[in-house]
Design a protein around this ligand. Structure first.
Ligand code: MN
Ligand code: MN
Length: 453
């Protein structure tokens, strides 16, 4: 036994075949990232993946039997995979993995289109915690749905194909930024200026709002929609960037929305690939970035209802099942950034390439708002990770009282389920293009696999 605790560098521990495995695993992840940039797209993509693995759709209230492989699609925005186990449900409970698939972005407002000095724009209201200036001069794609009064749904995805146009939010040129430069970063960027440019050509023979009318005529021809249809639309402007390897050694992946698809993907692969007697529930949640509210967020009672359905099917008490269940709240944490070392506490922060990171607690100002997992539960997890040679590390979001953040962990813990945060460390979290290590990604897959066994 080592007397001292040192984090392990995954690449130092790995042999050639381990590195090959991490590298090829990351290729699958990159495809997953590029195929689903919104919660709706990620849910649809995951359904396609699990259907191939023999999962079928579950309707609320149906009986669940050992051996069943089911998915419950909650409004196309959150997804629950349920694997009925043969193990004693009252004794072992359910193994729950939960990650979220919504990411920070610019949402279109409900009356988005306007024209100023013959330039057409879409107004946005940002979603989640963003540093506004990071979203300026970045190529943007528009993804989402427009629902018409007869219920028909028009799906939009413009800006991802090489031949597509992209969209754009301007920034001020440095030559004229003297006044802007004097302002505080927090207030220098007015969110009402996060308007997405969409065109400049006026409609012939129109005097007023000719550019806007030309854009509407294009939208009418291509999508069969009019301005009023935006009232019932959910359209998200996201970076029109593909996942790419980073570095001479290709050890990192840059992408939009690692938070939290970098945990969703290993959750899915661990669930599909692991042979287990346990009952497993794997959740892709929505609305985490805005507080897990609403009927697709983790504060929704649907989780309780589904656990109730499982317990009923096995003719056991839901309360007993919940008390015996265990959960990994799979969400990203901040990786130590040497360029900004002073915001971290170096003994307790997670490091890039040193494995999947556990945050015993999140929250802010004295752990406020955190579930603060128990020593007993972490001891149990240390045991199973050790057995399966999972390289993991402990992490803390930043220096005490500097800021902080929360995850869905507390909502699971509030149901009387042992829960702790375990996820991949990220650099530049919530930026349009975030960074993770392939080594940490693969250790997340190993950790989730060990957990559901
Ligand atoms: Mn997250
Ligand atoms: Mn986040």
């Amino acid at each position: 036994m080592d007397l001292t605790y040192e984090r392990k560098n995954v690449y130092k521990e790995a042999n050639k075949s381990d590195v090959d495995q991490m590298t090829s695993y990351a290729e699958g992840y990159k495809k997953f990232l590029d195929n689903g940039k919104t919660e709706r797209e990620t849910v649809a993509e995951t359904i396609a993946i699990v259907k191939k693995a023999g999962y079928r759709e579950y309707k609320l209230g149906e009986k669940i039997s050992p051996g069943d492989k089911l998915y419950y699609n909650n409004r196309g925005k959150s997804l629950f995979l349920i694997k009925g186990g043969k193990a004693d449900l009252e004794k072992n409970g359910i193994r729950i993995l939960v990650a979220h698939v919504d990411s920070p972005r610019l949402d279109l407002k409900q009356v988005p289109l306007f024209e100023k000095s013959e330039i057409g724009y879409l107004k946005t209201h940002y979603y989640g915690g963003i540093k506004k200036y990071q979203w300026l001069t970045v190529p943007l794609a528009l993804h989402g749905v427009i629902v018409k009064t007869d219920g028909t749904k028009v799906e939009i995805c413009i800006g991802e194909k090489e031949s597509d146009p992209i969209f754009y939010v301007t920034d001020l040129l440095p030559h004229l930024s003297q006044e802007q430069n004097e302002k505080k970063v927090a207030t220098a960027f007015n969110p009402e200026k996060l308007n997405v440019m969409v065109g400049t050509v006026p409609l012939q023979d129109e005097d007023k709002d000719a550019v806007k009318k030309n854009i509407l005529s294009i939208l009418s021809k291509e999508y069969g929609i009019c301005e009023e249809d935006f009232l019932s639309a959910e359209i998200e402007a996201v970076p029109a960037l593909k996942a790419r390897d980073v570095g001479f050694d290709r050890s990192l992946v840059a992408s939009y929305g690692h938070d939290d698809r970098v945990c969703a993907y290993p959750e899915i692969t661990a669930t599909l690939e692991t042979e287990t007697e346990q009952t497993v529930m794997t959740i892709l949640a929505d609305k985490e970035e805005i507080g897990s509210e609403g009927n697709t967020g983790m504060q929704c009672r649907i989780i309780d209802d589904l656990i109730g359905c499982i317990a009923n099917s096995y003719s056991v008490s839901a309360a007993v099942v919940r008390a015996a269940s265990k959960c990994l709240s799979a969400d990203v944490t901040a990786a130590f950034d040497p360029s900004y070392a002073d915001v971290f506490e170096e003994k307790n922060v997670a490091y890039l390439g040193k494995g999947v990171a556990m945050n015993k607690f999140t929250g802010s100002r004295g752990k406020s708002g955190s579930n603060d997992a128990s020593a007993e539960y972490i001891g149990y997890l240390r045991g199973i990770f050790k057995k399966d040679n999972v390289i993991w590390q402990t992490g803390e979001l930043g220096r005490v009282d500097l800021g902080g953040g929360g995850t869905v962990a507390k909502y699971l813990a509030n149901l009387n389920i042992d829960t702790v945060d375990l996820g991949v460390p990220v650099l530049s979290m919530h930026a349009p293009y975030e960074l993770v290590s392939k080594a940490d990604l693969y250790q997340a897959h190993k950790a989730f696999s060990a957990f559901v066994k």
